[in-house]
Design a protein around this ligand. Structure first.
Ligand code: FES
Ligand SMILES: [Fe+2]
Length: 364
């Protein structure tokens, strides 16, 4: 169901403080996040090994966190630092909790849910523009009552923009003049959409004042996906027949972190360089993005509700449209990675890039 040996966005840096511990569930595992007095972010299993009290309802100490029940204190590496009810006795070897590798970059804290010894920092998405001085950025969070792959499917299905987000990001009249293709990249996939010589959709028209953009423009929309569920949207407008360097670009991030089989943490944000020194454009896009994602959330939660407690829509034989191409390729790659990780490579059928769009489901 989950790919463990990957980085997932656990929290924004601003959420993990010295004020109070942050409890979150990732991939069905309860985790507590907090900072030591030196400012280092730590992530530990949120269950004391003594009577299983959640450490997140305990108290932060200089070096770690103390359980709120009998005071056992845990720190870096999940080690027990102190057992106050029996201070002179040797610690039991099981008096420790699991510690999860963390990496903090560009205002985001990434967690590795697999074997700590396999944690590879090169697999973290390079979202440098979230704290670059020339870019204005905004990051937000939404909880979704749906399986994480439904959210990934939605983001990789750009055909929905013209219908779900009509009037903000899309226009149904643009649907038949859009071209698209899906390509493999070193790190995953990119789904490229291009709309030539089209009137500005409302979202762009609100924020762009450049004279060349007052008539028709060319649009590009590239959605990059990296396993398991991190996406970057590179979208922009440029003069008709022009080059991207002549246009205006917006880079968005969508970090989709599974909470349980049927619930998801959705971290999203926008970043742009055409801010003209004020916050008008980023303020607009913050609101537009949240408005649009609320529209997506309503649909995704309704889909999950129709699926009941089932988490894999492909076991339910859905009708497949052309617009599902990228999402199905991503699911296919995920299936291969999950089976490899679980040590069942024999179940992987390698029938090439252009194989049937349908893929066999993975059992839970
Ligand atoms: S339950 Fe945590 S110290 Fe007892
Ligand atoms: Fe959407």
């Amino acid at each position: 169901m989950f790919l463990k040996n990957r980085w997932y966005l656990a929290a924004y840096s601003r959420e993990v403080t010295r004020l109070e511990p942050l409890a979150r569930t990732f991939l069905n595992e309860k985790v507590v996040l907090f900072r030591t007095r030196a400012g280092e972010a730590l992530a530990l299993e949120d269950r004391c090994p003594h009577r299983f009290a959640p450490l997140s309802v305990g108290r932060m100490t200089h070096e770690g966190i103390a359980c709120g029940y009998h005071g056992m204190e845990f720190g870096r590496g999940g080690k027990c630092l102190n057992n106050p009810t029996q201070p002179n006795e040797k610690l039991h070897p099981n008096a420790c909790v699991r510690a999860y590798p963390l990496e903090e970059r560009h205002g985001m804290i990434w967690i590795w849910m697999g074997l700590a010894t396999d944690a590879d920092a090169n697999l973290i998405p390079d979202w440098w523009y979230y704290d670059h001085p020339d870019w204005r950025a905004d990051t937000q969070y939404m909880h979704v009552k749906g399986n994480y792959l439904l959210v990934v499917d939605n983001l990789l299905d750009l055909s929905h923009i013209n219908f779900v987000h009509e009037g903000i990001l899309g226009d149904p009249e643009l649907a038949d003049r859009t071209t698209s293709k899906t390509e493999r990249t070193d790190r995953g996939l990119v789904d490229r959409w291009f709309v030539p010589d089209a009137p500005m959709v409302a979202g762009w028209a609100e924020t762009i004042r450049d004279p060349w953009a007052q008539g028709n423009v060319d649009f590009w929309i590239d959605m990059h996906w990296e396993p398991a569920s991190n996406l970057m949207l590179d979208v922009g407008v440029m003069p008709v027949g022009g080059k991207r360097e002549q246009g205006l670009q917006l880079l968005s991030m969508d970090a989709i972190t599974p909470e349980t089989a049927t619930t998801t943490h959705y971290f999203y944000g926008t970043s742009l360089s055409f801010h003209n020194g004020d916050t008008t454009a980023i303020d607009f896009w913050r609101k537009a993005q949240t408005f649009a994602f609320e529209q997506d959330r309503r649909i995704i939660e309704a889909v999950q509700s129709n699926m009941g407690s089932d988490w894999d829509i492909l076991t339910m034989t859905p009708v497949i449209n052309k617009g599902d191409r990228a999402a199905l390729q991503a699911r296919r790659i995920m299936r291969k990675l999950i089976l490899e990780e679980s040590g069942s490579p024999d179940e992987i059928e390698d029938d090439g890039e252009n194989s049937s769009l349908l893929i066999a489901p993975i059992s839970a």
